[in-house]
Design a protein around this ligand. Structure first.
Ligand code: PMP
Length: 432
């Protein structure tokens, strides 16, 4: 076993002070809950800047970053080409609320990568993309019930914050105060990798759409079983429900064409976010022309946005996609991520810690469970107390992980082999 000289954990005094100040004016001190680090029993680092694969906190500590703004920064922080493109765009004006050629250019780039997206509408977040796609699916099918996965996350709109009661045939109950029971009752959940449960629901309700992440990454990363996605496509078609693939996480990450390219499945609608905005706020939804043509103003389904398609976000997205089209980009993401996967697995084995490492491309989770992890129920079997201790030890050692057992680690083009080896050294010490 390698031992690393582990200096005392770096001081995070300024982050703690900034967090206390933030709590005076922001609920819980954060603008998105997971960031508060409650699940890992600590308080957040306040980040001052990012550079490549690293973030620097308010106390000046440097961390190898596997959060990458929760995925968008596949080229790393402040990539010089993205910064240069953005500086130019900013000088020309940050938003017009009128069409620009940049929107058409990014839509073309998206469609070239994801051919099922025959028409593309840009919005400002993944939440907006999924919420709008659901409205469209209901309008197109004339049906109201939507099906989602247990443990599937698609943003925080009312209908998607619903949990099934005691099984797939129970209509949803609100998952948050403030969600109307009537809205939650139009959502049904099914377990991942279970075609029989899906068919039961499709047979029992007039289902507008099944929305899922092709590789769920919000219960930790859980790869689809062979044939599952093909089965989902066949069943939804047979029962007249639309298939929405939420590729907010997997889009341009598991492959340039997303998970639908990797697993060869063609959805009716696709949702994107994160990478297509290169770190600026963007989402998109798109799909079959006849369905998308129902969106206002070409059709009657209303959806709009003051800042939608704004030139800064379009520019950052275009620059980031250009970096992903450079030869060898995905090979590099794959080899770095495979090394991290293998190293973490070996480190856990050596330490005698029961663990399962799941990975698809540069999305990866170290689950503290002997596994296998195939759905939400098995993911939830992971030891979150052990994860919390691991998270804190990694952070003290200079490695910044997503602060929850049920999130994915993201690898970027900016990470080096040296960063991965350093991460594994810290992990070996943390697991021991
Ligand atoms: N869909 C998926 C698969 C996501 O992972 C997320 C957020 N991580 C969303 C939708 C919501 O996106 P946003 O946070 O941009 O609203």
């Amino acid at each position: 076993m390698t031992t690393v000289d582990r200096p005392a954990a770096p001081s995070t005094e300024r982050s703690e002070r900034l967090f206390a100040e933030a709590q005076e004016v922001i609920p819980g001190g954060v603008n998105s809950p997971v960031r508060a680090c409650r699940a890992v029993g600590t308080t957040p680092l306040f980040i001052e800047r990012g550079e490549g694969a690293y973030v620097f906190d308010a106390d000046g500590n440097r961390y190898i970053d596997y959060v990458l703004s929760w995925g968008p920064l596949v080229a790393g922080h402040a990539h010089p080409k993205v910064v240069a493109a953005l500086s130019g765009a900013l000088r020309r004006g940050s938003s017009f609320g009128a069409p620009t050629a940049l929107e058409t250019e990014l839509a073309h780039a998206v469609r070239a990568a994801v051919p099922s997206m025959e028409l593309v509408r840009f919005v400002n977040s993944g939440t907006e993309a999924t919420m709008s796609a659901l409205r469209l699916a209901r309008a197109y099918t004339g049906r109201e019930v939507i099906v989602k996965l247990e443990g599937g996350y698609h943003g925080h709109s009312d209908g998607l914050l619903a949990k099934a009661g005691s099984g797939p045939l129970t209509l949803g109950a609100p998952d948050s105060p403030g969600v109307p029971a009537a809205v939650a009752a139009t959502t049904v959940t099914v377990p991942f990798n279970d075609l029989a449960a899906l068919e039961t629901v499709l047979r029992s309700y007039a289902v507008a759409t099944f929305i899922l992440e092709p590789v769920p990454a919000n219960m930790g990363v859980v790869p689809p079983a062979p044939g599952y996605l093909a089965g989902v496509r066949e069943l939804t078609q047979r029962y007249g429900a639309l298939l929405i693939l939420d590729e907010v996480m997997t889009g341009f990450r598991t492959a340039y064409g997303g998970a639908q390219a990797l697993y060869d499945v063609r959805p009716d609608l696709t949702c994107l976010g994160k990478i297509i905005g290169g770190g600026l706020p963007v989402g998109a939804y798109g799909g079959r022309r006849e369905i998308m043509a129902m969106i206002s103003p070409s059709g009657a389904v209303y959806q709009a946005g003051t800042l939608s398609g704004n030139p800064l976000a379009m520019t950052a997205g275009l620059a980031t996609l250009a970096l992903l089209r450079e030869p060898g980009a995905y090979e590099r993401l794959e080899s770095l991520s495979a090394r991290l996967e293998q190293g973490l697995r070996e480190a856990a084995q050596t330490a005698g810690v029961p663990a399962t490492v799941t990975r698809v491309g540069s999305l990866l989770t170290l689950f503290f469970t002997p596994g296998p992890v195939t759905d939400y129920a098995t993911a939830r079997g992971a030891d979150t107390v052990r994860f919390a201790a691991f998270y804190r030890a990694m952070r003290a050692g200079g490695v910044y992980l997503p602060p929850s057992q049920f999130e994915a680690l993201f690898v970027s083009l900016a990470h080096t082999e040296g960063d991965i080896e350093r991460t594994l050294d810290v992990a070996r010490a943390a697991l021991a």
